[in-house]
Design a protein around this ligand. Structure first.
Ligand SMILES: [Mg+2]
Length: 254
């Protein structure tokens, strides 16, 4: 299955790369949520490919009406993660597919403009461009570069606890508006922690959480509890090691 998901992600990524820079007919489907004809083209391609290869398995895709989550297993798909940077001509955008059983067990993140393909399988590790990833950093928060999603949906409490307290202690903060790119930076050792408090959905995090865990890192909710994979709307904290996850959670939740 993973090999087929990789093929589909590559096809969609190539189609998207061909569309970037043309008239995207961008509009807001809701406040802060951009959709373009690129998202729709990728959706049509991926839907047809998944139907062809795995017709019996339900699909939860960003660019379709989803009434909650179907019973597991199912696929989750972000046809274009990072539509806003994509529409602005930036390089932080991805195609993400994951297969969710009791939890994600296969996942792909393809970043065409970065020429990075991440593929992970439960119990079989995480590969980045074919190379096994082992997160080895022992950095604490004082030496950390932190990826933090800054968006319209954050509450005052999120801003106070996470933006406020983490930016007071970390070496640096960056925000890419693309969960797939944030996961890639964590796996590459460029960042040490990624926090997305609100506005994300299951398709934003399934592949990334699996990839980080398979690389030896940590994936939890932002309250420190395990991810249950039973909700459409989600938050996530991904860390290169357990110490930095604990340190960040202790500071944010104290
Ligand atoms: Mg999307």
């Amino acid at each position: 299955m993973l090999e087929r998901l990789i093929e589909i992600a590559k096809q969609a990524g190539a189609a998207l790369a061909g569309i970037q820079g043309s008239d995207l007919e961008a509009r807001e489907k809701s406040r802060g949520q951009l959709v373009t004809r690129a998202d729709e083209a990728s959706h049509a391609l991926i839907e047809a490919q998944l139907e062809r290869s795995f017709s019996g398995i339900p699909r939860v895709m960003e660019e379709q009406a989803n009434k909650g989550l179907p019973s597991r297993p199912y696929f989750v798909v972000d046809e274009l993660d990072g539509t806003i940077p994509f529409a602005r001509g930036m390089r932080e955008w991805a195609v993400m597919l994951a297969y969710v059983e009791d939890r994600p067990t296969a996942g792909v993140i393809f970043l065409p403009a970065w020429e990075i393909l991440i593929a992970a399988e439960k119990g079989r590790g995480c590969r980045l461009n074919g190379k096994q990833v082992r997160l080895g950093t022992a950095r604490g928060l004082a030496d950390a570069v932190v990826g933090l999603e800054l968006n319209l949906y954050l509450s005052a409490e999120h801003r106070r606890r996470f933006i406020g307290r983490l930016s007071e202690r970390a070496l640096s903060i960056r925000s890419l508006a693309c969960a797939g790119a944030a996961v890639a930076e964590l796996l590459l050792g460029r960042t040490d922690l990624y926090v997305n408090c609100r506005g994300g959905k299951v398709w934003d995090f399934a592949s990334g959480a699996l990839a980080v865990e398979e690389a030896g890192g940590v994936a939890t909710r932002i309250d420190g509890t395990p991810i249950a994979w039973d909700e459409l709307e989600m938050d996530v904290l991904l860390a290169a090691n357990a110490q930095i996850a604990d340190e960040a959670l202790n500071i944010a939740l104290s």
